[in-house]
Design a protein around this ligand. Structure first.
Ligand code: NAG
Ligand code: NAG
Ligand code: NAG
Ligand code: NAG
Length: 892
């Protein structure tokens, strides 16, 4: 034996020794949902600093997104201790991951007998390759098998081509780019068998597709990693670069698209290591070259991964939906519905950011779409939702393959059509989470609470505002004002406080992608900006929403926000408790047919001198407004037992009407989809209801562009909500003395009329009343209000406002619009600990305002319409006069 041979043997032995299969015996799989920023931070630190031996199967990215991780038996106690410390709920899904892996049986395939290859078990690399070779022999006319290159350890990467002469369009299918995602490989082999090995009378549509397109299927892009996950480390994800040091590159971060930017790591030990440079790895390069070779008429590109049940649309690094996203989403939803109908498997759809809450770059799908402009590029994250994760048991392989192929078929034949995925909104999240919740609730003995509490939050496909920043700018120059006014037309800036006049603060949110450019532009104009909230989503996440438990009146409070249904149920229970004093009526239905409820309170022994109408929630995102109106209702109904004589007095003086949520669709939408939603849900894109009333309609401070935040609608009272309110007010207009509308934010009391600068009618009287009220408000928590017209306070004119219409049409003497807290520190993200103080101080202001006047109630004098008309004519005369003067001067 010579030295060389000896050396080889030594190396081999050495390799065998260090390559003993890594086992995950007694590793425990946990699932959890971070519900507070502390939870999220703890999990992210755990992932980063590795002070315990844990492996994340699904990484913590956002609040309320579930996370799965496996924990080494030696660290279990420590882990649970930390979890307990942070008051987190974790659920143990698998007590021994290894036994679940062992249950993933791998069968041996019998050579030359392609029918013995089934999808009841997983398969080894060599068996898959053998089967592919045998299939090629058996169906020489239907398929071709070619190697398109070799992996870093010299294994072939195969492509199966299913071609028919004369076909125009191509389809590429990619699987097994990650070693440990075995189900993805099974799926692609299943698809090959469906396309080639079957005379598909039972699946006509797939049969047609197999004729219509040229298919190229790559079942295992990463053969080294796949093999390694079988022989050595079941959780091996990357390729096998630098075998001895276990470096490996995540091939799906190695593509030349925005390389190395998001969701990846420069640390070779990391699971998401992107490699030293784009296409540093043979596997990714081979795949890319192959795609480039076939780019002509490449119509579809499908990439298969596990796990999570998501259908993902490019681009993985972007927050915005661009290119033909809308079309792909429409087709994708049809596919999801199809899959759901087969086995009830629920998929979510969206970009990586939408579905997983993170951004990644350098992935194959985004590269294909960007570089070759392929129209339909979809990534499937197959089963499950995290119950087994990578340990998906073999009895789920076949169902997974069947449902996915049916979904894929649907995707390829879809036509644009309306799809409603009811289950997506209600229960987008996994069975596993329901399961976790059930188990948690068992632990907690508080089942109802948990179900109600978590369902709406977990199951909403809420738009997230991570890294969106709230800025304040003060225009001190005309050019600054122009700059802001220009921005009102772009969709990446959302104004919380609109630009009005110079020196009035403007608050607005900018999305992360445009932040840099925006800051540059602002800087160039010498515009000084302050950052108010760095990450708006974080602030929104702090606004806890609580469920109301029926007939448990004290579970409704002013320490939390509530959903519409809960507000309504609380009102109904209140009506049952005080049947003679309270009466609820439905004054109409919203665009999406939700009830708009009005509450009448007439206390026993009330003087009923005149009426008060209180309006709340006309703008969806102003959550504090409905919160205050419910507080006011609660105060008034309990006033007879109150030890506050002033409260008692006002409560017993008037006949009260409240509409706590005038815009129920928008309010719900701001809870379930988009926290910054303002308008109603008219399918045109929503109408700003507080621009839709018939007072100077459409004349100023509005937009006729449908996607504008202040779109006033096509005509006055075009919207069911404003119409219902208008009719309701009209029916109560006899002896209507007060009309109070609640909004946020800015700390203003705004007096009519919003469409003019002049102070008219009894402005001075109301101004004096409000000034007193303002002092009462400030006395409690030192909250400072400003009183004036819209022009005086927020700095701009506007029209179609509810209060102005009420005052103008019904001659109601006291009309005040409150903009509640705050003054721009939290804006719409007012945290729940501010709800009660806001309500308390506002209550003092309302009591002061409603203190019975010494003079008896009387309508405003004069006919406003006539007054307005004479003003209008006067304006015109002035203009004509000026024009004449101008002409005279010119031609003198
Ligand atoms: C795993 O846990 C079981 C039960 O607690 C124990 O009997 C067994 O020895 C453990 N195995 C290892 C490898 O630690
Ligand atoms: C498939 O079925 C059709 C009609 O049933 C038959 O004509 C054809 O020969 C079959 N092809 C194969 C490959 O079995
Ligand atoms: C937000 O920005 C921070 C810092 O720039 C970054 O680390 C984080 O990944 C970003 N989050 C998202 C969701 O983009
Ligand atoms: C505003 O938009 C107009 C028209 O597009 C443009 O000419 C002007 O320069 C813009 N102003 C600022 C300050 O950006």
């Amino acid at each position: 034996m010579n030295a060389k041979t000896l050396a080889i043997i030594v190396i081999l032995l050495y390799n065998v020794r260090i390559c003993q299969s890594k086992k995950y015996v007694n590793f425990t799989l946990y699932s959890t949902v971070p519900t507070s920023p502390e939870h999220l931070k703890f999990l992210q630190n755990l992932d980063k600093q590795k002070y315990m031996e844990v492996i994340f199967w699904r990484k913590p990215s956002m609040l309320y997104e579930d996370v799965q991780l496996i924990v080494h038996p030696g660290d279990k106690e420590h882990f649970l201790e930390r979890v307990y410390h942070f008051k987190m709920k974790v659920e143990e899904l698998l007590s021994d991951v290894n036994s679940a892996f062992e249950a993933q049986t791998v069968t041996k395939y019998l050579r030359l007998n392609t029918d013995t290859y089934t999808w009841y078990n997983y398969h080894k690399l060599e068996d898959i390759y053998q089967w592919l070779a045998d299939m090629a022999v058996r169906y020489p006319n239907a398929m071709e098998l070619n190697s398109i290159g070799k992996s870093i350890e010299g294994r072939d990467i195969y492509v199966v081509s299913v071609k028919k002469p004369g076909n125009k369009f191509k389809v590429i299918v990619e699987g097994g780019i990650h070693g440990d995602e075995w189900i993805a490989v099974e799926l692609v082999t299943y698809l090959i068998n469906e396309l080639v090995g079957k005379n598909n009378s039972d699946n006509r549509r797939l049969y047609d597709l197999s004729r219509k397109y040229d298919w190229y299927l790559i079942p295992i892009v990463n053969p080294d990693g796949y093999l390694y996950s079988h022989t050595t480390d079941r959780l091996w994800r990357k390729n096998r670069r630098g075998t001895a040091n276990a470096i490996g590159v995540d091939l799906n971060r190695n593509f030349d698209y925005n390389f190395g930017k998001y969701g990846t790591s420069r640390d070779p030990k990391d699971d998401n290591y992107c490699g030293p440079r784009p296409f540093s790895e043979p596997e990714s390069r081979i795949l890319a070259d192959f795609v480039t070779e076939k780019k002509q008429n490449l119509r579809f590109y499908f990439s298969f991964h596990a796990y999570g049940q998501k259908l993902i649309i490019p681009y993985a690094d972007r927050i915005n939906h661009i290119d033909n996203y809308g079309e792909m989403e429409n087709f994708g939803k049809q596919a999801i519905l199809k899959m759901y109908k087969m086995y009830g498997t629920k998929y979510a759809i969206g970009t990586t950011y939408d579905t997983l809450g993170l951004r990644i770059s350098g992935n194959s799908a985004s590269w294909v779409k960007r570089i070759h402009g392929v129209r339909y590029v979809f990534t499937f994250l197959l089963r499950d939702e995290g119950y087994y994760g990578y340990a998906l048991p073999p009895n789920q392989i076949l169902p997974t393959c069947e449902e996915t192929v049916s979904g894929l078929t649907e995707l390829m034949v879809a036509k644009p059509r309306r799809v409603r995925l009811n289950f997506i909104n209600k229960a987008q999240k996994p069975v596993s989470v329901i399961f976790i919740l059930l188990l948690l609730t068992k632990m907690d003995n508080n089942l109802i609470y948990f179900l109600i509490y978590f369902f709406p939050i977990l199951f909403c496909d809420c738009k997230k505002y991570h890294n969106y920043t709230l800025y304040r700018g003060i225009p001190v120059d005309d050019i600054h004002l122009e700059f802001f006014k220009n921005l009102t037309t772009v969709d990446y800036v959302n104004f919380w406080r609109d630009p009005g006049q110079k020196f009035r603060p403007v608050d607005f949110v900018v999305d992360p992608e445009h932040k840099e450019q925006f800051l540059k532009d602002a800087d160039n104009l010498g515009l000084y900006l302050t950052t108010i909230i760095e990450d708006v989503q974080k602030a929104f996440d702090m606004q806890s929403v609580k469920p109301y438990i029926r007939r448990k009146m004290d579970s409704f409070d002013w320490n939390n926000y509530f959903r519409l249904q809960d507000i309504y149920e609380w009102l109904q229970d209140l009506e049952k408790t005080y049947p003679t004093e309270i009466k609820l009526t439905t004054i109409g239905r919203s665009y999406e047919s939700r009830e708009i409820i009005a509450v009448r309170i007439a206390l026993k022994g009330s003087k009923m001198r005149s009426k008060v109408i209180v309006e709340g929630g006309i703008h969806a995102r102003e959550w504090i407004a409905p919160a205050f109106v419910t507080y006011l209702i609660n105060q008034i109904i309990h006033a007879p037992n109150s030890n506050n004589p002033e409260l008692k007095e006002i409560a017993l003086t008037y006949e009260w009407y409240f509409v706590p949520v005038l815009n129920p669709d928008g309010y719900e939408y701001s809870h379930t989809h988009d926290r910054m939603w303002r308008k109603n849900r008219n399918s045109l894109g929503g109408v700003d209801l507080n621009r839709n009333f018939n007072h100077a309609f459409g004349s100023t401070g509005v937009s006729f562009t449908v996607n504008s935040e202040i779109f006033c609608g096509t005509s006055a009272f075009s919207e069911p909500e404003s119409r219902a309110m208008g009719t309701f007010i009209e029916s109560k207009s006899q002896h209507l003395e007060y009309y109070l509308a609640f909004h946020s934010y800015g700390q203003y009391m705004i007096l009519p009329y919003a469409n003019q600068r002049k102070h008219t009618e009894n402005y001075n009287e109301v101004f004096t009343m409000c000034t007193e009220a303002k002092e009462k408000i400030a006395a409690k928590y030192n909250t400072k209000y400003t009183v004036g017209t819209a022009y005086d306070t927020v700095g701009y004119l506007t029209s179609g406002v509810s209060g102005c219409w009420v005052k103008g049409k019904f001659r109601v003497p006291y009309v005040v619009t409150f903009e509640l807290r705050d003054n721009g520190h939290d804006g719409f993200a007012l945290s729940q600990d501010k709800i009660r103080p806001t309500c308390e101080e506002t209550m003092d202001g309302v009591i002061s305002l409603l203190k019975p006047r010494t003079r008896a109630y009387s309508k405003l004098e004069g006919d406003y319409t006539a007054a307005a008309m004479s003003l209008f004519i006067l304006d015109k005369i002035v203009i004509v006069f000026n024009v004449l003067l101008f002409i005279i001067v010119r031609f003198d």
